[in-house]
Design a protein around this ligand. Structure first.
Ligand code: SF4
Length: 256
């Protein structure tokens, strides 16, 4: 292994996880730092205070992956935001040389990096967080965001050949239900779009520690409505309007 491999800003490593790549057993690598400041982010140490965290050396990760190769041949690369680091290419290159499949978690702010990684065959799955409707993206991300880059990443991912998913963390007090449905409609043509529950822990904005997740029944209703939008393209409030129109102004065939 070349020397200097340890100099990547990797601050966490989970040997085995069933949670980070749906339906798969994987290891997880955490890159430090992020160019967003989502107030609800539950990785505040990794985003804001990563220089206080210990490095995990890539040599150690590679040797561990070799040890467990018989059981685990997938790695989730997450953060923070991995695409802000040019070293990401090298790290993924090392993983690929070990014949490891890679899922990349990203906020979609660097479409050029995504293009480069895909062109080099370094990723097998992309999971992009969509934070909310694009018109108010700065609000969801706690910083100024170049929306064109977010749109470009979404388009690139949807039009490409790499498996992917979009996901949105729904946060009471930040998102309204219609924000969720607006995103679902925007991503209607995508392969997969999942909602994620907000967890009030280690938040960047500490006032979010007092925000409780949506109640289970509300979350399940939103999830069901999202699936409905993906199938029919009709938002819940439009369904009510159409239903009322049908009842109040039945067409001729119905009135017979
Ligand atoms: S939730 Fe936001 S701030 Fe936290 S790592 Fe993801 S993009 Fe960065």
């Amino acid at each position: 292994m070349p020397s200097g491999m340890h100099k990547f800003p990797i601050k966490g490593f989970i040997e085995t996880s069933f949670l980070d790549w749906k339906g798969e057993l994987s290891s997880v690598i955490f890159f430090a730092g992020c160019n967003f400041r989502c107030p609800f982010c539950h990785n505040s140490d990794l985003v804001l205070r990563w220089d206080t965290l210990s490095d995990v050396h890539l040599e150690y990760i590679i040797l561990t992956l070799r040890k467990y190769k018989q059981w685990v041949n997938k790695v989730v690369v997450t953060g923070g935001e991995p695409t802000i680091h040019m070293g990401l290419y090298n790290v993924l290159g090392y993983l690929k040389r070990e014949d490891i499949q890679v899922k990349l978690d990203t906020n979609g702010s660097s479409p050029s990096v995504l293009r480069g990684l895909v062109a080099e065959g370094l990723v097998d799955y992309i999971a992009m967080d969509v934070k909310g409707p694009l018109e108010r993206y700065d609000t969801w991300c706690g910083t100024k965001v170049d929306i064109k880059k977010i749109e470009e990443s979404i388009r690139f991912i949807m039009e490409g050949n790499v498996d992917y998913e979009f996901r949105m963390t729904v946060v009471p007090s930040l998102h309204r239900e219609e924000d969720v449905y607006q995103v679902a409609e925007y991503l209607r043509a995508s392969d997969k779009f999942f909602l994620q529950e907000f967890k009030p822990r280690q938040c960047i904005d500490r006032s979010f520690l007092n925000v409780q997740p949506f109640p289970k029944d509300v979350f399940e209703r939103m999830d069901k409505n999202v699936q409905q939008i993906r199938v029919t393209g009709i938002k819940p409030e439009e369904r009510i309007i159409k239903f009322r129109e049908k009842i109040l102004k039945p067409d001729r065939a119905d009135s017979k």
